[in-house]
Design a protein around this ligand. Structure first.
Ligand code: NAD
Ligand code: UPG
Length: 480
């Protein structure tokens, strides 16, 4: 029986391995982590991450051929294939701070594999890493090995949160990069055989190691660039009276461009886009390509601009101050159908509004108060470290209350900011909400999900990203 071990039981390691276990009943899969609470949660009824369909997959194979454990060394020692899916945060100090990937966790995992291994192993990069990481990992593994053969493969993950199970069941492609040697080819084939249990052969792409590593960064950069492009257009739409939904629909009808991923928003969030682009920028700079670095940097700059533009719009619309005004925040997760808040635009928007002394009342169906308080008091990039290495007792942000109901959040509020596109926000009783708010009552829709016409009929003053402005907003001072 082939044995797989995955180091890192996070958003990638957990769902990916659960699906491998489900689709390959004859493979034994162990997911290991240094975080005891995380492993305990994977072994309980309350999984550590919220992902539609995940519970069902885990329930079907946990205890049969899927195991979650903190006994990292034992499972690594026994495995034929070791996936490494640990954090690769942005460095916050030293060389490349603010851009380069911090490979501390990866390196310690590689050293541990080299120390405990007693048989040949295929080591798979599942984490997103800089190009040429495989070379460094190879050096660590080979240098310490006692005649043991390690083959390094790059097998980046393309799942998106909220649709992870769907994406894993039917991936657009699975990418496997390996050394172009007989041993390398054999390792690539072994991993291909795993995926071939459910992924059609023409969707399993094999490349050299560096192409696989770079393709992951490139794919995220291209995706994020589409969002920054449409968000840049949204600012121009507001200035000219064009409607960004109509523009992106018309643009996306061109089959060379395509309709997906063109929704204007308050900005993209999530653990990957910003981190991976910063990483790409750093690699370009290190390779003497400042113009290329500058090009990709702009994707992040527009994203930051979009978030601050939203805050400015809120403040300027409300007579240039939100001091001591209650503002309801609907949605804190970085997108719907996940409880993940890593790099969510809600953090920057909330901090921006708090900078103007607003009183925030936050509701998200999947994010609890503790998480929101942590997010609002944590330093940039600190979130991307294993839980027990993050600051433990953040100071409570006093101007923030977290409630478990949209009606409670909006009661007596002056304004509502919709920051996550949860379906339930489309169908709220907005008349009831309006009646319980201060007047004039504002809605700032950062996800373009509310029915503007209906809200205006009720009496709200409505701002929606990239949509024609209503008279009230037009008369307000220009937004920088
Ligand atoms: N989240 C996504 O949607 C996504 C998608 C594709 C790729 N990625 C990449 O995958 C990697 C993991 O991302 P994630 O979202 O799963 O992160 P995560 O923080 O959810 O999970 C990482 C886990 O690794 C554990 N860990 C760290 N060092 C360890 C060690 N030495 N031994 C054992 N466990 C260790 C941590 O405790 C944590 O539970 C990152 O490189 C990320 O960029 C993420
Ligand atoms: O048209 C769009 C599409 C997305 N977003 C926002 O972009 C962010 C990222 O969304 P999405 O890409 O759907 O989720 P992620 O889970 O971050 O997935 C991305 O990042 C993963 C980690 O690398 C990759 O594996 C995935 O392929 C890639 O889509 C979210 O804040 C979305 O709200 C928009 O604003 N407009």
């Amino acid at each position: 029986m082939v044995k797989i071990c995955c180091i890192g039981a996070g958003y990638v390691g957990g769902p990916t391995m659960a699906v491998i276990a489900l689709k390959c009943p004859k493979i034994e899969v162990a997911v290991v982590d240094i975080s005891v609470p995380r492993i305990n949660a994977w072994n309980s009824d309350q999984l550590p991450i919220y992902e539609p369909g995940l519970d069902d997959v885990v329930k079907q194979c946990r205890g049969k051929n899927l195991f979650f454990s903190t006994d990292v060394e034992k499972h690594v020692r026994e495995a034929d294939i070791v996936f490494v899916s640990v954090n690769t945060p942005t460095k916050t100090r030293g060389l490349g701070a603010g851009k380069a990937a911090d490979l501390t966790y990866w390196e310690s995992a590689a050293r541990m594999i080299a120390d405990v291994a007693k048989s040949d192993k295929i080591v798979v990069e599942k984490s997103t890493v800089p190009v040429k990481t495989a070379e460094a990992i190879e050096k660590i593994l080979m240098h310490n090995s006692k005649g043991i053969n390690f083959q390094i493969l790059s097998n980046p993950e393309f799942l998106a949160e909220g649709t992870a199970i769907e994406d894993l069941f039917k991936p657009d492609r699975v990418l496997i990069g390996g050394r172009e040697t007989p041993e390398g080819n054999k390792a690539v084939q072994a991993l291909k055989d795993v995926y071939a249990h459910w992924v059609p052969e023409d969707r399993i792409l094999t490349t050299n190691l560096w192409s696989a590593e770079l393709s992951k960064l490139a794919a995220n950069a291209f995706l994020a660039q589409r969002i920054s492009s449409v968000n840049a257009m949204s600012a121009l739409c507001e200035a000219t009276g064009a409607d960004v939904t109509e523009v992106s629909y018309a643009v996306g009808k061109d089959t060379r461009i395509g309709p997906k991923f063109l929704n204007a928003s308050v900005g993209f969030g999530g653990s990957c886009f910003q981190k991976d682009i910063l990483n790409l920028v750093y690699i370009c700079e290190c390779n003497g390509l400042p113009e290329v670095a500058e090009y990709w940097k702009q994707v992040i700059k527009i994203n930051d601009y979009q978030k601050s533009r939203f805050v400015n719009r809120v403040v300027s619309s409300m007579f240039n101050t939100v001091a001591n005004k209650k503002v309801a925040i609907l949605g804190f997760a970085f997108k719907k159908d996940t409880g993940d808040t890593r790099e969510t635009p809600a953090i920057d928007v909330c901090k921006g509004l708090m900078g103007d002394n607003a009183l925030l009342s936050i509701y998200d169906p999947q994010v609890n108060e503790d998480q929101i308080q942590r997010d609002l008091s944590m330093k940039k990039f600190d979130w991307d470290h294993p839980l027990h290495l993050q600051p433990m007792s953040p100071t409570t942000v006093k101007k923030v209350s977290v409630v478990w109901d949209a009606y409670e959040a909006t009661k007596d509020a002056h304004a509502i900011c919709i920051l996550t596109e949860w379906d339930e926000f489309k169908n709220l009783d907005y008349k009831r909400i309006y009646d319980n708010m201060q007047k004039p009552a504002f809605v700032f829709d950062g996800r373009n999900i509310a029915n503007m016409e209906k809200l205006r009929e009720i009496g709200f003053i409505v701002y929606s990203i990239g949509k024609p402005l209503d008279a009230w907003l037009k008369d307000m001072p220009a937004v920088a």
